[in-house]
Design a protein around this ligand. Structure first.
Ligand code: ANZ
Ligand code: ZN
Length: 808
């Protein structure tokens, strides 16, 4: 048994803190490195293996960068508003503020036990007034700039969480948090105008060092679509409307048009005898989610409005239908239907016996959704898809009946929440003055403590007379406060800007500091944030830039996602399955470094995988072995100075390992880093068996070994560094360099096969020419015996590895 334990952890954590070893040096901005892990939610379930997997390996990476000379800033904090604390309060009666503060205390302790280089003097907690004051300030700035607005709209409502949700928080038709099916409600809510930035949010993705999959998800979510708008006139009426289409080349194939049930146009065009059916249909479709409505496989439904529209290109009259496969919120909320070349239109037309006219050649049957030469399209017949689009848009625009058009799927971000535990929206409603923003010098609008927060679909703050009733900042008359709180994603959309200047009481942050400290150089967190936090933060950065508070475009230049650590059964950890791994117990037993090393060695960082107790035991044994070998290395006595083969081999491994670990750590390939360090351990152990040892070389090896191990096992390595006669601290040391010359082997071992069976292994000069290798191989005694009496038919040389002889 080795000496390493939590005692060693505690000893070094205290020394590090006493000596402020990890303090960020504000005077060395040239080498600043902002390493950021997504901050955590202060949950009663404490710090779990997933948090550890996010923070531990990234801290190792940051330590590696520190040793490379970077001035590392690695802050930590808490995303402390939100529903779990409120739901817990409803269940237990413990106030969200009290439970949150208690959870933060526990998690801080746990995080400290990890021994990461966190800059605790920069901690932020989003539910404290000194933070949310500035979240409210941010909202007011967006409002001033026209980027926050209030509107009545059909919004997503989670009946279980009793609040509205942003589009991004609806996953497969369900609430992102609880999975309950989301319904539509007409409500007046606050929105942030993220759509003003659709194009930039899309374009700038190209330059980011982010996982391709995450970029693809954002691209898809932003959903840029290039097409055209064409204007249809309602027959016997002055009403006209536009449709958005990506296939304007199929305009001659339109046999009906469809309006979304919620489109204001629907009521305008519906004739008297169809009102009843249309109203009935509207009620039905309000109950469906957008996902259901867009599903390709779902049975199409719809009703006729009684009106007809005129096709702008050929004057043909086509019926106007209402159907819920058309969404009111996309394009113009109206679609020209081409059943011959669109699957949904085809299914609909088939069901309701509407005509189907082919206008594009190709395919055996309809619908044919690819491009091809036009047919049944009068003067456009014979044109290719692109030619036809150009020609038809040209014709339409000459008649003022159409033009090119780009659409985005991205919608504005709904930020009102009908819940208690969040930052109050700093707005007052005055009978005389209308919407009045709370002046900056009156911030924060404090969240009152004594509130009945049991949810009933209304905002809990509405029940607090004391909170609601106020005076108008503008006219001094009676006014009422906004009672909704902000989506917690607003709090987390700017926390990385607060960290470097977290104590500032005059401003959200000092632009001078922030412009030097940001962008974040490496951001690490879960992939589930792809289209929420990671999109919101980019938007807020751009908005603040345009208001003059920042001078950079993107908050996170380089992003990595950690994988998921599963329970020992390979299932997602959950209390109900009883397969959760509590880091605390393991740390008590093995020490923080063994826990961290196991996470880094046992899993591919971006993949994760199933927990294994055997795995962590093996790592614990490895750490003990390292301790033993290092002490044997230091105790070995000097016997000689000449350089022999064993020394060369050890020196080769040493340099190879330094090179590999440097490259792999950079790429977040931590498992191979640890594997290489294990190889180094084996090489040292082997060399210790030599009868005569070069202690100078051993000393250098031990020195390098501890330095490259230190980011991965920080406490243990400090102890080893001290034990091997060095001065505090290994983290003040430079990361070792490798000697490229030591990596050129002058001899290599190759295997010789005869008819597929290995007959010999020989050492040859590594620069030996192919012919000479063949000759040497054929001269070997074992080989000679194996080919005795046979004809050598072929000799194949695979350089540096193998000679293959075929003989019959
Ligand atoms: C006629 C047509 C013919 C279409 C054809 C497609 C194929 P993206 O790529 O997603 O932008 N569309 C337009 N607005 C819609 C809405 N509010 N709800 C549902 N569908 C809508 O898709 C654009 C296509 O989706 C448009 O092109 C339109 O159908 C439909 F052979 O117009 B198309
Ligand atoms: Zn007023």
């Amino acid at each position: 048994m080795g000496n390493y334990s939590t005692k060693i952890d505690e000893k070094w954590q205290k020394i590090w803190e006493d000596k402020s070893l990890y303090k960020f040096d504000e005077n060395n901005m040239g080498k600043k490195l902002y390493a950021l892990e997504m901050f955590s939610y202060p949950s009663g379930a404490r710090l779990h293996a997933g948090h550890w997997f996010n923070y531990g390996p990234v801290d190792s990476w940051a330590r590696f960068k520190k040793m490379q000379g970077y001035n590392v800033f690695q802050p930590m904090g808490f995303d402390a508003f939100g529903l779990p604390a409120e739901n817990y309060a409803i269940k237990t009666g413990v106030h969200p503020k009290d439970s949150t503060i208690k959870n933060i205390e526990t998690m801080e302790k746990q995080l400290k036990a990890m021994g990461a280089m966190f800059n605790w003097d920069h901690e932020v907690v989003t539910c404290f007034p000194d933070y949310y004051k500035w979240t409210q300030w941010l909202f007011l700035k967006l409002y001033e700039k026209g980027l926050a607005y209030r509107k009545k709209a059909p919004v997503n409502w989670c009946p279980s969480c009793n609040t509205v949700l942003a589009n991004e928080q609806v996953v497969d038709g369900g609430c992102e948090r609880c999975g309950t099916e989301v319904v539509k409600k007409d409500l007046t809510q606050w929105f942030l105008k993220i759509t003003d930035y659709s194009e930039e949010l899309l374009q700038k993705l190209d330059d980011l060092d982010w996982p391709e999959k995450t970029k693809a998800m954002q691209r898809h979510w932003i959903g840029k679509s290039k097409g055209a708008e064409a204007t249809f006139k309602v027959d016997n009426s002055d009403v006209t409307f536009d449709v958005f289409t990506t296939r304007v080349d199929t305009l001659f194939g339109v046999t009906y048009v469809v309006l979304a049930p919620e489109s204001p146009l629907t009521d305008k065009v519906t004739t008297t005898e169809h009102i009843e059916a249309v109203e009935e249909y509207k009620t039905q479709s309000a109950k469906q989610s957008d996902i259901e409505r867009q599903s390709l496989t779902r049975e199409k439904t719809g009703v006729f409005t009684g009106s007809y529209a005129i096709n702008p290109v050929n004057g043909k009259k086509v019926p106007i239908w209402v159907a819920d496969y058309v969404l009111a919120t996309y394009g113009t909320g109206a679609v020209m239907a081409v059943p011959s070349h669109d699957e949904r239109d085809f299914a609909f037309a088939t069901k309701y016996n509407l005509p189907i006219i082919r206008v594009v050649e190709g395919g055996d049957s309809l619908p044919y959704t690819d491009y091809g030469k036009l047919v049944n399209s009068s003067e456009f017949d014979g044109l290719s898809g692109n030619e036809a689009k150009e020609a038809i848009v040209k014709l339409l625009s000459s008649k003022n009946l159409g033009h090119w058009k780009v659409n985005y799927r991205l919608r504005d971000w709904l930020v009102s929440r009908q819940r208690y535990w969040g930052a109050p929206i700093p707005i007052v409603y005055c009978e005389k003055c209308g919407i009045v923003p709370v002046p900056e010098d009156q911030l924060p609008v404090e969240l009152p403590y004594d509130v009945e927060f049991a949810p009933d679909g209304r905002s809990p703050l509405a029940k607090s007379e004391e909170f609601v009733n106020t005076t108008c900042p503008h006219c001094g008359g009676p006014a009422k406060r906004e009672v909704d709180t902000l989506d917690t994603f607003v709090c987390s959309s700017w926390y990385y800007l607060r960290y470097p200047d977290s104590k500032n009481s005059d401003k959200a942050f000092d632009p001078e500091i922030i412009n030097k400290m940001l962008p974040v150089d490496k951001y690490v967190g879960g992939p589930e944030h792809a289209c929420m936090h990671l999109l919101y933060a980019r938007f807020i950065t751009k908005a603040l830039r345009d208001m003059g508070y920042l001078n950079f475009d993107e908050p996170f230049l380089s992003l990595r996602h950690q994988g998921l650590i599963l329970g020992p059964d390979g299932q997602k950890m959950s209390k109900s399955k009883g397969n959760t791994i509590s880091p605390d117990d393991y740390i008590k037993e093995y020490g923080a470094d063994v826990f961290r090393l196991y996470l880094m060695f046992g899993f591919d960082y971006t993949e994760g995988g199933a927990w294994s107790d055997d795995g962590i035991k093996a790592i614990s044994k490895f750490v003990d072995r390292v301790e033993r070998i290092l002490s044997q290395c230091t105790e070995a006595s000097a016997d000689k100075t000449t350089i022999d083969k064993a020394e060369k081999e050890l020196n080769y491994v040493r340099n190879f390992v330094i090179k590999s670990v440097t490259e792999d750590a950079e790429k977040f390939q931590f498992n191979t880093c640890v594997a290489r360090i294990m190889e180094f351990t084996n090489a040292l152990s082997k060399y210790l068996n030599e009868e005569k040892k070069n202690t100078e070389l051993l000393k250098q090896c031990v020195n390098d070994f501890i330095r490259i191990l230190s980011p991965f096992a920080p406490h243990f390595s400090e102890e080893m560094w001290l034990n091997t006669g060095n001065n505090f601290s290994v983290f003040k040391e430079a990361w070792p360099n490798f000697d490229p010359k030591a990596l050129i082997k002058d001899e290599v071992e190759i295997a010789i096969q005869v008819n597929g069976k290995i007959k010999a292994r020989i050492d040859i000069a590594s620069d030996l020419k192919e012919d000479a290798i063949k000759e040497t191989a054929l001269k070997d005694d074992n080989v000679k015996a194996a080919i005795e009496g046979k004809n050598v038919i072929k000799v194949i040389v695979i350089k540096g590895r193998l000679v293959n002889i075929v003989a019959k």
